[in-house]
Structures are given as C-alpha cells and as structure tokens.
Design a protein around this ligand. Structure first.
Ligand SMILES: [Fe+2]
Length: 328
C-alpha cells in the first residue's frame, strides 16, 4: 500500500533533483519512484515507459455488512470499524482515487438505521462513491438513503445505472432477488443492459455487480451465485467494449476469464469467507488480512488490478541509496 506520507518521505530520501524527470503532479509520483530507482540522469530515455500513469483509479470495496449501533456481525465482527479503517486508506492512496465502487451487501439486515450508519461512514471519502445492492440489502431503504446522490433512477424497480462522467464507462447491475441469497440477471434486466451498452458501443466499459456469474469452487457460495448466467454472457459477448467485470458476494479475491472478460471478486476488508475448496465445506468466515481492490485504467493498458492491504505495515523502504546503488 502506497500511502501519501510514506511516498513523500521516500522521494525526499532517494530522488536525485531532476525537474525534467520528476514532475510535481501527483499522477506522476509512481513514475518518479520507478525513475528514482534507476539513479542516473542520462537514463531518462526510459521515462516514456515509466511515466505512463493511469487515467483513472477505481477503488472497489465490497460486502461492508454495516450493523448499526456498534452491534457485531455474527457476534464477532465490528463492520463499522473495519469500513472506517479501510476508507482511511482509500483516502490515502496516491495518486488519489477517482471513484469508489461498493459492490453490495452494503448493510447486514437492510434496516434504515444501518443505511444511515453506512452513509455517514462513506461521507468521509474524498472521491465520489457509487453503490449497488447485494442480497443483504433492501432496495427501498437503500434507494432512500442514497437518493440525494442522484444516480439511482426513481422509475425503475432495479438499482442499475450507467456512469458516463469518467473516461472508462461504468455500468452498475442489480443482481438481487429479494428474500433470496442467490442472484439473477432476469430478462428485464438483461434487456436494460443490452440497451445501455448499445447506447455507447465505442466506450470501454466496466460492469460491476454483486453476485458473480461464475463458479469459485467454494460450494456453499456457488449455490447462491448469479442465475441465468448464460443469457447474461450472451449479452456481454455482443458488446466487446466490456473489458472488465467486478463482483462481490464471496468475500475473498477471486479472478477468472469469463466469456473473454476478466471477471473478479473483490477482497474483504472485513470478514473473509474461509478458503476451503472441499465440496460441501461448511459456511465459515475468517479474519484474514483486510484489503480492497485498486483498479487502474488507461487506454493503453486496459484495467490493471491491484490488491491493497489495509493496515499499518512497515515501509516502504528504498531499494537504492542516494547514489543509485542497490542497498545490500
Ligand atoms: Fe456479503
């Protein structure tokens, strides 16, 4: 995790003073770090490669499961504290995050007071934030809590929408089936998706939803993933501008190639579903190192995804001294 204060200290400690190679704009800070490791001014010929900064940084947080009033989830997990800790680190990412996506199970039982608590926590974010529902959410309570943000349509029964304000188009899907743990992309939602994607065929697009439409091998979660996945895939295959699919629900980082699109599940910043690929393994959670996903997009690279661990870890330490020699 590159945190701003550490990055600044490291640049001061190890960077030669070269204004041409060390532009001050924070978007170039990572490139400067790379260049600092080279240590020689004449090797600036490498700069065009190293200076390629992301055009857009997306933080993905998932399965926040907020309980109001300090109540613990499953008698064990302080989900409000876990989210607050995570959000502080999202705010510290350098260069600054452009947008935050929260991929469902926003609260634990769908009660208005839980959404009020969530809303207050998310209010600490420096970047704009977009949310979608998961199976623990309640559409009306969610819609009421986030109505002021203006991106949830009043007229639709579903909480799906497109965000066109960024260079990478974001399309949010509502995969929930009220009262059920599993999800579905029904014909009505797929028709909306097809129409929405058809409206901007020339724009690189990222989809985000709660229920993954693919199997993970964790069987107690796989039985409650996204139904009607074949029909969903057929729509996505008609729209090659879709370059990425982000999901939640499984509370741990998973990646797979799904119908030509890299699909992934975000890591948990709170309680992780236990990693047990034994068929029929019992549902269980573990308090693993918390993390969120950081997706960097540029036209040249597409989406490059990182796992950002939440916590106060040692470092970063420089590899090279002031003279550009490897510290050994
Ligand atoms: Fe969840």
């Amino acid at each position: 995790m590159l945190r701003r204060r550490h990055l600044t200290a490291r640049l001061e400690a190890s960077s030669p003073s070269c204004s041409r190679c060390f532009p001050s704009h924070p978007k170039n800070a990572l490139a400067s770090l790379e260049h600092a490791s080279l240590g020689e001014h004449e090797r600036c010929k490498f700069r065009p490669v190293h200076a390629r900064a992301a055009d857009m940084l997306i933080a993905q947080i998932t399965d926040t499961h907020i309980k109001a009033g300090g109540k613990l989830a499953y008698g064990k997990v302080d989900t409000e504290a876990a989210l607050a800790h995570c959000l502080r680190q999202v705010n510290d990412v350098t260069p600054a995050v452009d947008v935050v996506l929260v991929t469902g199970d926003l609260v634990d039982t769908g009660r208005p007071e839980e959404y009020r608590a969530l809303r207050a926590l998310l209010g600490e974010l420096h970047a704009p934030c977009y949310v979608i529902p998961g199976n623990h959410d309640e559409r009306n309570a969610l819609r009421n809590a986030f109505a002021a943000d203006g991106y949830l349509e009043d007229g639709s029964p579903y909480l799906h929408y497109a965000v066109d304000r960024y260079p990478l188009r974001l399309v949010a899907l509502d995969s929930i089936v009220p009262g059920k743990p599993g999800g579905m992309m029904c014909a009505e939602r797929l028709e909306w998706l097809d129409r929405t994607l058809s409206a901007a065929k020339d724009r690189a697009t990222l989809l985000f939803m709660h229920h993954p439409p693919f199997l993970t091998g964790i069987t107690h979660m796989d039985v409650q993933n996204c139904a009607n996945a074949a029909a969903f895939a057929a729509v996505v295959e008609r729209h090659p501008q879709v370059i990425r699919l982000l999901c939640g629900h499984v509370h741990r980082p998973v990646q797979t190639l799904w119908h030509g699109v890299l699909a992934s599940i975000g890591p948990s910043h709170s309680h992780a579903v236990a990693l047990d690929l034994t068929p029929g393994s019992p549902p269980a959670f573990a308090l693993e190192p918390p993390a969120f996903a950081l997706h960097a997009w540029s036209e040249a690279t597409g989406v490059v995804s990182h796992t950002a661990f939440v916590g106060d870890y040692e470092g970063p330490y420089p590899f090279f001294d002031r003279q550009g020699r490897l510290i050994d």
